[in-house]
Ligand binder design. Structure first.
Ligand code: PEP
Length: 259
């Protein structure tokens, strides 16, 4: 099995102005240790208006967090009022971009073909997409969870090379668990992440599937992080609510020290 370094990502969504963002990064820097960073990659995904501020503090203080973004457009430039191009994020040393989050799909109507264009554009700017997939409760109850995820992952990865796919992150996020306080059981999350890996194996082969990192997302908290993270096919967590509090997020990053 490939030695996949776990990645824990904080998705701040539409929270925190740039002063609050600075404070959170500084608090995290006191709590997260070098040992933590040796064991786990950590990416922070502030709102667009905070990215330059977070970049400045990360670089000035040499803080070991990766800079992330929550979304971008797929075009390089043009008349797209309100949008941000991948190259603009890359210029700010953003490394990871979340794409296809269920809130973007459900609230902003992003369909699989748009998600795929974004994946390709993010890769084209030498950043790593965190491709999100996940089923609704109705789909889960109708036994459609695996086929839904399979379709989203295949569509999202269309046109991606095996080499690019091997370095990507895929986040399995059951929609019914996002921001609801409901978490998938560790067994369920493991089975679904294993099924994401099986889809990647079917598209790109076993070596790529063994290398791609798969996160679980959906109400991850300090109290449940360890049982999720020790599952063989779960290589990280995409954390929303609990990433807004330095102590909670640091304890998730330090899951390996939990009882
Ligand atoms: C998310 O934003 O992707 C998420 C999983 O949110 P939460 O941790 O709040 O459920």
């Amino acid at each position: 099995m490939a030695d996949r370094k776990p990645i824990i990502s904080g998705n701040w969504k539409m929270h925190l102005n740039h002063f609050e963002a600075l404070k959170l990064v500084q608090e995290l820097s006191y709590l997260v240790t070098e040992d933590d960073i040796d064991a786990v990659d950590v990416s922070l995904h502030p709102p667009f208006t905070d990215i330059r501020t977070v970049q400045t503090v990360l670089e000035a203080d040499r803080l070991p967090f990766h800079l992330g973004a929550q979304h971008c457009h797929f075009e390089a430039n043009g008349a797209f009022t309100g949008e941000i191009a991948p190259s603009m994020l890359a210029k700010l040393n953003v490394s990871y971009v979340i794409v296809g989050h269920s809130e973007r799909r459900e609230v902003f109507g992003e369909a699989d073909d748009m998600v795929n264009k974004k994946v390709l554009a993010i890769l084209g700017s030498n950043m790593v997409p965190i491709l999100c997939c996940g089923e609704t409760l109705a789909e889960r109850d109708a036994n459609q969870a695996v086929s839904k995820i399979d379709g989203q992952v295949r569509a999202g990865l269309t046109g991606v090379t095996a080499e690019q796919a091997a370095d990507m992150v895929i986040a399995y996020e059951p929609i019914w668990a996002i921001g609801t306080g409901r978490t998938a059981s560790a067994d369920d999350a493991q089975n679904m992440c294993a099924s994401v890996r099986a889809t990647v194996a079917d598209v790109f082969g076993a070596e790529v599937a063994d290398s791609v990192r798969i996160q679980y997302g959906g109400s991850v908290k300090p109290v449940n992080a360890k049982e999720l993270m020790i599952q063989p096919d779960i290589d990280g967590a995409l954390v929303g609510g609990a990433s807004l509090d330095a102590d909670s997020f640091a304890r998730i990053v330090q899951y390996r020290l939990a009882d």
